[in-house]
Design a binder for this molecule. Structure first.
Ligand code: ADP
Ligand code: MG
Length: 234
């Protein structure tokens, strides 16, 4: 009976997921189709054509972000786990996020060690990108993104902080709730939900502290793998 209940719950989650994905990806698809139709019309000005093309690309990127965050749930992760060097993972995501930081005149400061943990590389990257992107978006006209690692007993602590807009108590209590966003059409409210889920799957914890107009800090705690102890041949 227990197995059946679990299976039923899983099925329900899957159908829920499928419904959300199709609903949310269909919106951008419909919008893009509309733009393509307008581009196809004869006599459309160059200016309008360019505008519709740019808007179409934005919608496609949006669909891509939505799918990326939902895939975190669909992916069965235990089989994909490997030993991950946190320093390498941070540098990889910084490469992706740097253009956005430059656009907002955000400086990046790192104080990181090559600690190791275990997890799915793709998922950890998604989590780090989601958090860093939020930090940069909270600093639209310059600021500092600070990334720091430290060690506490058998855990590694990764702290990501910004000195941006911060959150009110009410906002802070809702971070990670599906669809909670203060960014209107620009937001999906799925990034932090995925980030919490990923850290939980890695047997870690994610805590957030924030002060309005001062900034926000994300504290990620993950089980540490001591160097040399992971793959020793006997
Ligand atoms: P989105 O970024 O699409 O809005 P997220 O799940 O990534 O969705 O974030 C949810 C909300 O949490 C954001 O809209 C914002 O209000 C708040 N938030 C997250 N990170 C930060 C941050 N670093 N500074 C201020 N607010 C943040
Ligand atoms: Mg976000």
């Amino acid at each position: 009976i227990n197995k059946r209940v679990i299976k039923a719950e899983k099925m329900e989650m899957v159908s829920h997921l499928a419904a959300s994905v199709s609903h949310e990806v269909r919106n951008p698809l419909t919008v893009v189709r509309g733009f393509l139709q307008m581009i196809e019309q004869e006599g459309i000005s160059d200016e309008k054509r360019k505008k519709f093309m740019r808007l179409s690309m934005e919608e496609i990127d949006r669909a891509d972000v939505i799918l990326g965050n939902y895939l975190t749930f669909a992916r069965p992760s235990p089989e994909h786990t490997q030993v991950l060097n946190i320093e390498k993972q941070i540098h990889k995501t910084l490469q992706i996020i740097t253009p956005l930081a430059n656009m907002n005149a955000v400086q990046i400061e790192t104080y990181i060690n090559n600690y190791k943990t275990r997890g799915d590389e793709h998922n950890l990257q998604q989590c780090l990108i989601n958090i860093k992107k939020n930090c940069i978006e909270a600093m639209p006209n310059s600021g500092k993104l600070r990334i720091e690692t430290s060690k506490e007993e058998s855990d590694l602590i990764l702290t990501i902080s910004d000195n941006g807009n911060g959150m009110t108590k009410e906002e802070l209590s809702r971070v990670g709730e599906p669809y909670f966003t203060t960014k209107g059409r620009e937001g999906t409210g799925l990034g932090m939900m995925a980030a919490f889920k990923i850290i939980e799957t890695m047997n870690g914890s994610l805590n957030v502290a924030s002060v309005p107009y001062e900034g926000t800090s994300f504290y990620i705690r993950l089980p540490l793998i001591e160097s040399g102890s992971s793959q020793r041949n006997i």
